[in-house]
Write a protein that binds this ligand. Sequence first.
Ligand code: ADP
Length: 424
Amino acid sequence: LTSDQASPGLHIIHIAAEIAPVAKVGGLGDVVTGLSKALQKKGHLVEIVLPKYDCMQDDRISDLRVLDVVVQSYFDGQLFKNKIWVGTVEGLPVYFIEPHHPDKFFWRGEFYGEHDDFRRFSYFSRAAVELLFQAGKKPDIIHCHDWQTAFVAPLYWDIYASQGFNSARICFTCHNFEYQGKAPASELASCGLDVHNLNRPDRMQDNSAHDRVNPVKGAIVFSNIVTTVSPTYAQEVQTPESGHGLHATLNSHSRKFIGILNGIDTDAWNPSTDPFLRFQYNADDLEGKAGNKDFIRKYLKLSSSDATQPLVGCVTRLVPQKGVHLIRHAIYRTMELGGQFLLLGSSPVPHIQREFEGIASHFQDHPHIRLILKYDDALSRSIYAASDMLIVPSIFEPCGLTQMIAMRYGSVPIVRKTGGLNDR
Ligand code: ADP
């Protein structure tokens, strides 16, 4: 394993399920990279641990290589070998764990949405802590993110601290309280946690289903500090209406719970250097922005006869949280008002995906409306650059990054006043 350099700052290790641009589903990936780069710039030693997904964009990792060690980690009463890869993402050292487990946990062609996600990520959390322990790391902070790595907090304090791996304090950031990773309590035992000890109301037991454990609740209880991604959202989730069942837990741990507004990495999102843009531009010279608008209209076969016709963009995961009915409404309303509408989105929810496929084919050759139903980073950048406005009509929004990216690209965000959309 690579040795730690002497660093005047803190040693911070992120354990996460996403990192942009290599393994990104949404804002979590952006934040893991952006926050780590910002901390590194301040002189801290930052390392990151991720699963080695088969569907990662390996070409965005430099110096990817296998380390000459095998880390064995516990699962279902046995030890399994893990191959450890290391590489550099945006200047950041990242360890990728490849389990040698017959279930091929990260060999599924997708990041999430598998029937055994609880097993996949409880396995990964255990293997990640084991890697740090066996490598003799002495981090000051272990920072875990969302339910997929929430297991790290109870694992660390219940299993590893007593073995002398105890230099760190645990920070847990919840990027969205909608996703809690609940499962039948018995499943917790697979990664070595003590179900009997943890399936209690003051620990990991879900607040509404007593035969289920809730990883996010566990991380709230067991972490030293719990953060979420905006001050308004932090207040909202402490209310019964918006707490997704965790408001009471958050209230009783409110002294260690804080909302810190996310930001974007202004180097990664910069219209004057963005290599994916046809024309680069900056706030003092917007000619390139007009060029991008003209280009994308021609590229997507939209009418380009009137340069002043407003172009409304939307870049989003199509899930109920994002206000899909309001997005649909905005498409028709923009058309009525004489604008153009461009949507880039994809949905993990089959009926929403089908519905938008229907709308997309209805407007297939329309001169003013285009829906592109996929995930495409390069195209998203062209849309931010080309749009005059970007809509973010979320029903709730922990922070939201697309409104910040829009502002960076000179597109006016139109948002619902909720969560982080209220804070910036
Ligand atoms: P969430 O994390 O809830 O999806 P955020 O606004 O925090 O929402 O972050 C969304 C991130 O994902 C942004 O970087 C946005 O550009 C990107 N994104 C969302 N949908 C797509 C898509 N279909 N193609 C490319 N990028 C997308």
